[in-house]
Design a protein around this ligand. Structure first.
Ligand code: BTN
Length: 325
């Protein structure tokens, strides 16, 4: 009923009385008042005057299904979105409920108090300024193929940004960068048995509307936000939906055909690493080589003095020699 009232307000440009809403939607006036207050708490700005009634002034910026559905073009991805105001980490929370949820369930949170990055790092997650989300996947896939999914996530974010006019690059395997700074990271976690995946949680963090002040000093040379780059705020709701739209298409293709050739093409054409000198940091060892390819299995092919090697993502950190990328 809450969202029926919201729809009603959205369809009317002028004030509508509580009496009219209650008659048309078949609820008591007291309930209308209660639902209006609940909507206000969700961030909707609703003006109310005793003689005139209610008028919607500003819609909420929350990453709820209600606000995102208009942009969604998916069969199952994002059809259930759990939007939290705060949580330690959306990945942690998703893992705690994953077994009873369907594939394509999304958790978004307005802030994270212990957002997690790869290799034990933190993910800065100030309130309402970024997209912090976890996608639940339950593919019938061999656990060794999971790293391909991260590339699907990266390609989906690249394409979503492109759709809103922002050009970025993919830093294999899980970062999206603009210039030499990171705007998005992906943390893919899995629960599996020997040769069967129970579920995968793909956590995507996008620095959307962070200001310089939100970025901790220690990462200010490596990280930026879309707002800082383009000089204006970016709509989080549309961007989130676009990521899901692209993700579902690329993921469904992979599940049906078993290859990620289109994804590899995107990752190669817009790679921040190919042709460049890179540092490969693996179990404490640092080696320098040249990134020369991403092969059909999604592995990074690096030419070292000792010869050519395929690098599989996981506990690998890849750095460009100049600056961050
Ligand atoms: C990285 O680049 O190191 C990966 C960052 C992943 C951050 C996202 S934000 C949503 C989800 N929940 C988390 O705790 N982490 C991921």
């Amino acid at each position: 009923m809450k969202y029926k009232i919201l729809r009603y307000l959205k369809d009317n440009d002028d004030f509508i009385s509580g009496q009219k809403i209650s008659e048309e939607l078949g609820v008591t006036r007291a309930s209308v008042w209660k639902y209006i207050n609940a909507l206000k708490e969700e961030g909707y700005e609703i003006e109310s005057f005793s003689k005139k009634g209610y008028k919607l002034i500003k819609v909420s910026d929350l990453l709820t299904y209600e606000e995102i559905k208009g942009y969604l073009d998916t069969q199952y991805m994002g059809k259930k979105i759990i939007n939290l105001s705060t949580i330690d980490s959306t990945n942690n929370y998703m893992k705690s409920i994953a077994s009873s949820m369907d594939e394509g369930t999304i958790i978004t949170s307005e802030e994270q108090t212990s957002g997690r990055g790869r290799i034990g790092r933190n993910w800065t997650s100030p309130s309402s300024k970024g997209i912090y989300m976890s996608i639940l996947l339950k593919p019938n896939l061999d656990p060794t193929k999971v790293s391909k999914l991260t590339l699907i996530g990266a390609a989906a974010v690249y394409k979503a940004l492109k759709c809103i006019g922002i050009e970025s690059q993919i830093k294999w395997p899980n970062d999206i960068v603009i210039g030499s700074k990171k705007v998005c990271g992906i943390l893919t976690e899995m629960d599996c048995e020997l040769n069967r995946i129970d579920y995968i949680v793909m956590g995507i963090g996008i620095n959307v509307n962070l200001d310089e002040i939100d970025i901790p000093d220690e990462i200010s040379k490596k990280a930026t936000s879309l707002k800082i780059v383009i000089g204006e705020k970016v709509g989080r709701q549309e961007l989130l939906a676009l990521v899901l739209n692209h993700f579902e298409k690329l993921y469904d293709y992979f599940k049906k055909n078993g290859d990620i050739l289109e994804v590899i093409k995107i990752c190669k054409e817009h790679s921040a690493l190919l042709g460049k000198e890179v540092q490969i940091i693996q179990s404490g060892d640092i080696r320098i080589g040249r990134a020369i390819d991403i092969n059909k299995d999604g592995e990074l092919v690096v030419e070292f003095d000792e010869g050519i090697e395929r690098i599989i993502s996981g506990e690998v950190s890849v750095r460009g020699l100049n600056n961050y990328i």
